[in-house]
Design a protein around this ligand. Sequence first.
Ligand SMILES: [Zn+2]
Length: 326
Amino acid sequence: MGSRRTLLTAVVAVVLGPVIAGGCVQMAPAVDYRPDTGDAGTHAPEPAPAGERGTLARGDASWIPPAPQPRAQPPEASPAPRAPATPEAGGTSPQPGGSSPDADQAPLLREFSPAQFVELFYEVDLPNLAPVTSPPPITGDEAADARIRSIAEGRGYRLQAEATGDLVPVDGRPAQPQAAAAWRELAAAAADDGHTILVTSAYRSISHQRDLFLNRLENALGADPHERLDEIAAGEVDDEINSVLRTSSIPGYSKHHTGYALDVWDGNLPMVRFGETAAYEWMSADNFANAKRFGFVPSYPHGVEQQGPMPEEWEFVWVGTDPLHH
Ligand SMILES: [Zn+2]
């Protein structure tokens, strides 16, 4: 415990030192501490080689999903009944991340199919959220926005709630306090097992998401979307819109608005290749046991159709430990 706390403290001191001094962060449009370039993989320490499978160069909307990584993929359970499966770990510790990090005291974890992981996020009642009841503008043009929105919703994107109240930094990113606390416990447990896992994006405002989406749409169109409104509305650039939606949400539809979604990487490979890392293997083994111990589940797992973007191994959402444990 002592070494774990020391390590965590060291990580916090190094990574969060400049921002944690201020304590809680007020919710505000300019809440990001470091540039957040969104889900499409530009958090990498260096540009990924162009054209390589599973990578995305800056501004490149034609991302190719990574090839399946057998060692890193959990068994894709066929759509299973929601009934809890047989416990896979012994012990009865009801809460993870407390004072009992030892594996032999792991909590009893429920099993979920990929689709059940996705639905869980919408079923749990998470605190500090305000519903977004009407879709926010995208380009500001009603007809063009309706077209983009219908394509997005057809892919499975759903309106998300927005964070309310104070957010706190985790690896320099603003996140919901409970998710941030749980993530620090998870990262400490990963470190104990020799893995580095860092948050690269957490809360993202609707206006920030709008900027991200429009920038990528501009790249895909080769022109400012505001100069192509008629074509967008007429359905003449649906392919370009779809290419962006493979990796980027429209404003109002990103789970990052909630402050409960975290994009992570191992500090080495680009974020979009997190699925290839030993850290992901640690997270995802045994039906994501090490994520579930701390209340996290995969946000866009493999094996689910029409969930919005392509599968994203690097995004996890916090749902709390209650629905994940027996
Ligand atoms: Zn994300």
